[in-house]
Design a protein around this ligand. Structure first.
Ligand code: SF4
Ligand code: SF4
Length: 452
């Protein structure tokens, strides 16, 4: 992930975790990746790939602030260093507000895949996605999207699921699908600890006692571990379940929600394609505008700096022992509560940056989103099993959508998906006679819905 303009952005979204990174640099910093760093990075990155398709992911801050000429140079270096047997693919994550016709022509000609950050219809988008004067940016984003559509640029949407839009899942989904025509919908939960600007995730101390997330996240609560715009974990679960039900009944095979595709892969026993739900991580490093490389986009803090591309090779930093430990920690630091969990194979404790709570038995490292994730993975289990069965039999997963015609999907009630405590869980043996600890072993999706 490349951040060629560092944290600089033309907007000032309330929940942005990146704007504050400016404080790590001196006042006279040039927020623009130099040609030398750009060329060095592209040459080394291409040389290190053993895949046919080499993917460059440009993010920010707001990368379009650099102007088209910066990306013309990037494409030039890519052509220069990419061997004829391989192919380069670029994706650009943007707030969309600067995408005029010239930009869109360039993106079309160079086949960039564009990710647009948008949080739903105007009344939801404009709450947190604001400019420096605090004004909503919805109209500028829509104008950018219309320009993309005119120039036939492929785009997808990225929606930050926050405290407010999480309560309107169908408004968000219908807007993205029907009004924007997005066919590829990414959802990212907004979880920001109150001290996120100054404290790196690994340096936080979890609260002394277990605080069920629904209590800990009340803005008025002095015990709140997250900012007031962070999504409520239960709401996040309901948001995903509701959108899943809609997708299940109408959109399998035509609308792609990476979260659902990824889960289906896991129900098929495949590894997660996203770091959030994989057993270990550490392969998504971030390159800053000045050549600094960090362990991850969410760990851009001095203590997670792996070096600078002007002094070390990318390979030295990516394959360093420090980085390997960072990735393995995701698994090694899982609390026993997660290890006993029936959806561990799909969740894997989610992202370590969100592990902000203690478990009921006092162990640190429980994910803040646990109750929502637990609800979601249990809710989709029967459908995932059916889809996986179809695929294993060589039939398309969309078959289950046809089977659902004229049937109704049970309505979700939060009470119906009560999260059992670890103690209860351990006391209940499964059909096969094993204690839950054994039968809930990762990659054993069959055991999920067999809880007694
Ligand atoms: S659902 Fe909760 S307990 Fe289960 S693996 Fe995920 S974070 Fe851990
Ligand atoms: S820390 Fe989180 S976002 Fe970063 S690589 Fe690991 S799972 Fe992915």
């Amino acid at each position: 992930m490349v951040k060629p303009t560092g944290p600089i952005c033309n907007l000032a979204c309330t929940y942005c975790y990146y704007l504050s990174k400016k404080e790590f640099y001196h006042d006279r910093c040039h927020w623009r990746m130099s040609d030398a760093v750009l060329e060095r990075f592209i040459r080394q990155y291409i040389a290190q790939q053993d895949v046919q398709e080499i993917n460059f992911s440009w993010q920010g801050g707001e990368p379009t602030l650099l102007g088209i000429d910066f990306f013309e140079k990037a494409v030039h270096f890519q052509k220069l260093y990419c061997p004829p047997t391989k192919r380069v693919v670029n994706d650009l994550q943007t707030n969309g507000t600067l995408l005029d016709e010239d930009w869109c022509r360039f993106l079309h000609e160079n086949r960039f895949l564009v990710g647009i950050s948008i949080d739903g219809p105007q009344k939801l988008h404009d709450i947190y996605r604001v400019d420096r004067n605090g004004q909503g940016t919805f109209n500028q984003v829509i104008s950018g999207i219309r320009n993309l559509q005119k120039q036939r640029v492929e785009f997808n949407t990225l929606t930050v699921v926050n405290k407010t839009n999480a309560r309107y899942p169908l408004d968000v989904y219908h807007f993205l699908r029907d009004e924007l025509g997005s066919k590829y919908l990414q959802f990212i939960p907004c979880v920001e600890p109150v001290d996120f600007k100054t404290t790196a995730p690994g340096n936080r101390t979890e609260p002394d006692s277990y605080e069920p997330a629904h209590e800990a996240n009340q803005p008025e609560s002095p015990n709140s571990v997250v900012t007031e715009w962070s999504v409520h974990p239960e709401d996040y679960g309901t948001f995903l379940c509701t959108i899943f039900d809609e997708w299940l009944q109408h959109d399998i095979g035509t609308v792609f929600v990476p979260l659902f595709d990824n889960a289906l892969g896991q129900w098929l026993g495949l590894p997660s394609s996203t770091c959030y739900f994989s057993e270990i991580c550490g392969k998504a490093l971030a390159l800053e505008h000045d050549g600094s490389v960090y362990a991850c986009d969410h760990y851009v803090y001095p203590e997670y700096k792996r070096g600078n591309i002007r002094e070390k090779t990318l390979a030295e930093m990516v394959y360093s022992e420090q980085q390997a430990c960072f990735g393995l920690d995701k698994q090694d630091r899982l609390p026993g509560y997660c290890k006993d969990c029936k959806v561990l194979f799909a969740c894997n404790g989610e992202c370590p940056k969100n592990r902000l709570l203690r478990t009921p038995d006092g162990e640190p490292g429980l994910n803040y989103l646990c109750s929502g994730l637990w609800k979601f993975f249990h809710h989709i289990d029967p459908w995932m099993k059916q889809m996986a069965e179809e695929l294993r039999a060589g039939r398309p997963a969309v078959n289950i959508m046809r089977n659902l015609e004229n049937k109704t999907i049970p309505v979700i009630s939060p009470q119906s998906l009560h999260r059992p405590s670890r103690k209860q869980n351990v006391e209940y043996p499964c059909d096969n006679g094993y204690k839950s600890k054994k039968c809930h072993y990762p990659n054993n999706p069959a055991s999920i819905s067999e809880e007694k």
